[in-house]
Every structure is written in C-alpha cells, then in structure tokens.
Design a protein around this ligand. Structure first.
Ligand SMILES: N[C@@H](CCC(=O)N[C@@H](CS)C(=O)NCC(=O)O)C(=O)O
Length: 202
C-alpha cells in the first residue's frame, strides 16, 4: 500500500487531499519534527533532505509534493484531477501548480517564518514587509485572473485547485484575503469532502 509521510497542516495535506479525491487506499505515516528537521535516519532513506511530504510505493520512494500528487494521479487514472499529457489543459494545470508552489508560496513562507517560526534573533521585519507587498500585488493579479471562475483550468477541479487552495489557505491564516472572489474560491474548495480539514481545525 502507498505510504504518504508528513505531519500537521504542511504540504503533505496536498498529497492527502489528492489521494482522497482519487479514492485510493493509502496509509498516512506521521513524521515527527525534532532537533530541527523531520524524522530520523530511517526517514532519511525515504526523504534524503528530511522534509515532508514523502511517499513510498513498495521500494519506490518519491518526494516533492507536486511530484507525489502527479504520481498518484498517473497511477490511478480515470479522474479529471490531472488533465491528459500533451493537452493545453494539462499545460495550464502545470502552470498553476508551479505558480502556486514556486512563485506564490515562497513569499508566504518568508512572511510566515519571519513572523512566527525563526528564533527572535533571525526574524527580519523588513523581509515580512517585502513579502507582504509582494503577496498583495500577486493576489490582485490572481483575483483578476480568476474573476468569477470556480476552477483554474476549464470547468473541472484539478491539482491546480488543490495547490492554489493550499497556499491561499496558508496566506489567509496569517492575514485575511482582501479579494472576495479569491476568498470565495478558496472556501468553496475547502468544502469538498476530500479536503483534509482535520489538520486545519484549531
Ligand atoms: N518543495 C517541497 C518543499 C518541502 C518542504 O519544505 N516542506 C516543509 C513542510 S511544508 C518542511 O519539511 N520543512 C522543514 C524544514 O524546512 O526543515 C515540496 O513541495 O514538497
């Protein structure tokens, strides 16, 4: 059985959400955070950088949340979550997955880590300010792009919506999202049965 490793409301929830949307049998493996990283030397065999999430399917190990999400979809075809390779829908799905994960999310991380996670001597208020301005600009553009659409790609729920909802949700945990259409977009997807809400309840 596929094992998905992680902890709390981290990026592993994107993988759990994907697995639940697909309706596959999988096992959640909790990895503790201690001494500044996730897991122990055994976990390092699953994730060499000792981050979460990671996945194990038999002898095959994989890390990076988007790679795991795509792997799960490719292994369990038959849904619209990952559009068919070679289509424009697939290119757009990749675009939004990469945008949310590697353009928007680093700003959210910078603001969050500099406010709440780093030890006091490493917290940098200027970094928070810079990241907040950057996020604000990006959300304005994203709001125009999404407009009144329910989904990022065509009229179907895809991995792009999981990835975007995940990061918007994290942004909203630090500051409210001013753009009503973005807040509605996010809340609407969080209503889905497969959303791993148990990790976000306080
Ligand atoms: N790009 C990676 C990022 C993985 C990552 O940084 N995960 C965080 C949790 S969401 C982590 O393990 N942080 C612990 C650390 O940085 O030591 C992915 O999408 O899986």
């Amino acid at each position: 059985m596929i094992e998905i490793y992680g902890n709390g409301p981290t990026r592993w929830t994107k993988c759990l959400w994907t697995a639940r949307e697909l309706g596959i049998d999988y096992k959640e493996v909790n990895v503790d955070f201690k001494d500044g990283s996730f897991g122990d030397e055994n976990y390092q065999k699953v994730h060499p950088f000792k981050l979460v999430p990671a996945m194990k399917d038999g002898d095959f190990v994989l890390n990076e949340s988007l790679a795991i999400m795509q792997y799960l979809c490719q292994k369990h075809p038959g849904t619209d979550l990952l559009p068919r390779e070679g289509t424009q829908e697939r290119a757009l799905c990749d675009q939004w997955c990469f945008y949310s994960n590697s353009t928007l999310e680093p700003q959210q991380q910078s603001s969050f880590y500099n406010r709440f996670i780093y030890p006091d001597n490493l917290k940098n208020p200027k970094e928070v300010e810079r990241a907040m301005v950057n996020i604000g600009r990006k959300l304005e553009v994203l709001s125009d792009e999404i407009d009144t659409r329910e989904f990022l790609v065509g009229n179907k729920f895809t991995l792009a919506d999981i990835s975007m909802t995940y990061v918007l949700n994290w942004i909203s945990m630090g500051d409210s999202i001013k753009q009503k259409n973005l807040a509605d977009y996010m809340e609407n997807h969080k209503e889905r049965e497969a959303f791993p809400r148990e990790f976000y309840e306080r």
